[in-house]
Design a protein around this ligand. Structure first.
Ligand code: ADE
Length: 224
C-alpha cells in the first residue's frame, strides 16, 4: 500500500504548485504516494467558518479552535496512522525522521498558525510534533511541504536511478562535494582537472577530501 498523507491546513492553496511540480509531482502522478490537501474550514459548523479565536488569559494573535481539528482528525484517521503537528517547538526534523515517516502507511500533518493551536488538540489527537528549524513561519503549511518533500525521496520509485540516494549529505554524515557540468571552461573558470581525468579512484579521493573540507568549515558538529 503506498503512503497516504492528509495535510490539514487553513491555507490549502499554498500547496497547489508544490504538489504538481518536479520529482514530487511525478511521484504522486505515478502513484508512489497520495497527498490529500484538506481545508480545515470544511470542518467548521458556523456560517463564518470560524477556525480560530482569541486566547484565554489574553495575549496577541489567534488560536486554532479544537472543534474543527478534532472533527477533521476523527474523520480522517485510520488505525495505526501517525498524527503530526508542525510547530517550531516540536522535535527537530532530520533525514532519519524523514526515512522513518516514509515507511508509514498513513500520515496526518496538521498545520497551525504561528500563534498556536488549542493545547487540547496537542494532548489528545496528536502523536508527534515536528519543527523544521529554529525560526518561525507564519503557518505550518510550508513546514508540512518540507516534510513531504524530504520523506518522498525515500519512497521507492520516487527518485530515478539518476537521482539515487547513495552519495548524499546527511546519509553519509558529510556535506556534498562540488559538482560541475559542461562546458569544461567558462569565462576563464575551469573545472578541476581531476574530474576530466577519467581516473575514478582519484575522483573519489578528491571528492571525499572536498566533503571533509566543506563539512569542517560549515558543519563541524557533523564530524563529532
Ligand atoms: N510552524 C511555524 N514555524 C514552524 C517551524 N519552524 N517548523 C514547523 N512548523 C512551524
Amino acid at each position: 500500500m503506498p503512503l497516504t498523507i492528509d495535510i490539514l491546513t487553513l491555507f490549502p492553496r499554498m500547496l497547489d504548485g508544490f504538489l504538481a511540480e518536479s520529482i514530487l509531482g511525478k511521484g504522486i502522478a505515478a502513484g508512489h504516494l497520495t497527498v490529500n490537501v484538506r481545508d480545515l474550514r470544511s470542518w467548521t459548523t458556523d456560517k463564518h467558518r470560524t477556525a480560530d479565536d482569541r486566547p484565554f488569559g489574553g495575549g496577541a494573535g489567534m488560536v486554532v479552535k479544537p472543534e474543527p481539528v478534532f472533527a477533521a482528525i476523527e474523520q480522517l484517521q485510520s488505525p495505526g496512522c501517525r498524527r503530526i503537528y508542525l510547530t517550531p517547538d516540536g522535535t527537530p526534523f532530520s533525514t532519519n525522521l524523514a526515512r522513518e515517516l516514509s515507511q508509514q502507511q498513513h500520515l496526518i500533518l496538521l498545520s497551525g498558525h504561528y500563534e498556536g493551536i488549542d493545547q487540547r488538540i496537542r494532548n489528545h489527537v496528536i502523536d508527534q510534533e515536528i519543527s523544521i528549524g529554529d525560526y518561525v513561519l507564519t503557518n505550518g503549511t510550508l513546514a508540512a511541504a518540507v516534510v513531504i518533500d524530504a520523506l518522498a525521496r525515500f519512497i521507492p520509485g520516487v527518485l530515478g536511478e539518476e537521482n539515487s540516494l547513495t552519495h548524499e549529505s546527511f546519509t553519509s554524515k558529510l556535506l556534498d562535494f562540488p559538482q560541475y557540468t559542461r562546458p569544461a571552461e567558462f569565462r576563464g573558470m575551469s573545472v578541476p582537472e581531476v574530474l576530466l581525468s577519467g581516473n575514478h579512484a582519484e575522483i573519489e579521493k578528491w571528492r571525499l577530501a572536498r566533503q571533509r573540507e566543506k563539512t569542517s568549515q560549515v558543519r563541524p558538529d557533523l564530524l563529532k
